[in-house]
Design a protein around this ligand. Structure first.
Ligand SMILES: Nc1nc2c(ncn2[C@@H]2O[C@H](COP(=O)(O)OP(=O)(O)OP(=O)(O)O)[C@@H](O)[C@H]2O)c(=O)[nH]1
Ligand SMILES: [Mg+2]
Length: 319
C-alpha cells in the first residue's frame, strides 16, 4: 500500500548548558572559573532516497527527536556536539511545516534539506571572565532545538500518467506496458491507490478512476491527481465500447479543471481501449468523434501487441 500523507513531529536537539564551575585542586582552593561550553544540539535533515518507496515507516513513528548537546564541564571541558539526524524519504516527498506553511520538496538524492536546527550550546563561565569580573558565577544555557509539526506528502514521480473513467482499462494497460502487477477487475474502483510501473526507463503511474463530481468528493475524489501533476504526458483511457466517448472525455477533463487547470495543458494521448471487444464501425466512429479534440487518438487492446508497440513509440516521442 502506498502511504502518501503523514503527520510527523520533529524536534532538533537542545544545546547543552555551559558550566559555571571553578578550579579546585591541591594548590588552589579558590581558583578561577573553569566551566566549559555546552555542545550544539543535533540538526534534523531530510534527504531523498531511492531505497524508500513510501512513507509507511512514519505511520507508527510519530515523533523523531535528535540528540541534545552534552553540557560543558569543569576543567574547561567542552560538551560534545550531538550528531545530526538525517531522515530518508522517497523522492517526490513534499514537506510542509504546518505552522508557517513553508514547503520543501525532496527531488534528488544528493542534497539534504535542513528542516529543524539544533540549539546552540551555552558558553561556560570561562568565556565571561573579564578584567572587571574575574569570577563570573553564571554560564549560558543552551538554546532549544527547533520543534516542528510537519505534513509529509508523497507525490509519485512518473513521466506518464494513466487517467480515465473507472473500468476503462488503465491498470490493465499498466500491467502490459510495465513490470507492475496491479489489481484488475471488471468493476468500477478496482484501483484504490495509485500504482507505479517502469516502462524501459520511464515510470508510469496508474491512478484510480475519476467520475463526474469527483472534485466534490464523489467516488474516490480527486486528491490522488497530485500524483500525476508532475507527469510529462497523460494517456487518457476511454473504453471503445463507451456509448458516449465525447462525454467520457469531457467528464474527466472537467474534474481536472476543478483540481488544477494546468493539467488540461499537459500533452495527452487519447487511447481508445479494449478494441478487441468492439466492432470496427463503432471504433472508427469513436475515433472520429475524439479526433475533434485536436489530440492524437490511438486504438488499443491489451491483446493486440501491435497497438501497444505503437503507443510505446508515441510515448517515447513525446518524452
Ligand atoms: N477485452 C479486453 N478487456 C480489457 C482490456 N483492457 C482491460 N480490460 C478489462 O476491463 C476491465 C477493467 O480493467 P482495469 O484495468 O481494472 O480498469 P481500470 O481503468 O484500471 O479500472 P479502475 O481501477 O476501477 O478505475 C477488466 O475486466 C479488464 O480485464 C482489453 O484491452 N480488452
Ligand atoms: Mg485500475
Amino acid at each position: 500500500m502506498l502511504v502518501d500523507n503523514i503527520n510527523l513531529h520533529i524536534k532538533a536537539g537542545n544545546g547543552g548548558n555551559g558550566a559555571a564551575t571553578f578550579l579546585r585542586n591541591g594548590q588552589k582552593a579558590k581558583g578561577g572559573p573553569d566551566g566549559g561550553n555546552g555542545g550544539n544540539g543535533g540538526n534534523i535533515y531530510f534527504q531523498g532516497s531511492t531505497n524508500v518507496n513510501d512513507l509507511y515507516e512514519f505511520r507508527f513513528k510519530k515523533k523523531i527527536t535528535a540528540e541534545d548537546g552534552v553540557p560543558g564541564k569543569h576543567k574547561k571541558l567542552f560538551g560534545k556536539n550531538a550528531p545530526h539526524l538525517t531522515i530518508c524519504v522517497p523522492l517526490g516527498t513534499r514537506i510542509t511545516e504546518i505552522s508557517s506553511g513553508i514547503v520543501n520538496e525532496i527531488t534528488d538524492i544528493t542534497t539534504s534539506v535542513l528542516i529543524a536546527k539544533g540549539g546552540k550550546g551555552g558558553r561556560g563561565n570561562v568565556e565571561f571572565k573579564s578584567s572587571t569580573n574575574q569570577t563570573p558565577l553564571y554560564a549560558e544555557k543552551g538554546t532549544l532545538g527547533e520543534e516542528k509539526k510537519l505534513l509529509l506528502e508523497l507525490r509519485l514521480i512518473a513521466d506518464v500518467g494513466l487517467i480515465g473513467l473507472p473500468n476503462s482499462g488503465k491498470s490493465s494497460l499498466l500491467s502490459v506496458l510495465t513490470n507492475a502487477t496491479p489489481k484488475i477487475g471488471n468493476y468500477a474502483f478496482t484501483t484504490l491507490e495509485p500504482n507505479i510501473g517502469i516502462m524501459g526507463k520511464y515510470p508510469i503511474a496508474d491512478i484510480p478512476g475519476l467520475i463526474e463530481g469527483a472534485s466534490k468528493g464523489r467516488g474516490l475524489g480527486i486528491e490522488f491527481l497530485k500524483h500525476i501533476e508532475k507527469t510529462k504526458v497523460l494517456v487518457h483511457c476511454i473504453d471503445s465500447a463507451n456509448e458516449d466517448v465525447r462525454k467520457a472525455y469531457e467528464t474527466v477533463r472537467n474534474e481536472f479543471r476543478q483540481y488544477n487547470i494546468s493539467l488540461l495543458d499537459k500533452p495527452e494521448i487519447i487511447l481508445l481501449t479494449k478494441t478487441d471487444f468492439s466492432d470496427e464501425k463503432t471504433i472508427k466512429n469513436n475515433i472520429k468523434i475524439l479526433k475533434k479534440k485536436g489530440k492524437k487518438v490511438l486504438p488499443s487492446s491489451i491483446y493486440d501487441q501491435k497497438s501497444l508497440d505503437r503507443l510505446k513509440t508515441e510515448l517515447e516521442v513525446l518524452l
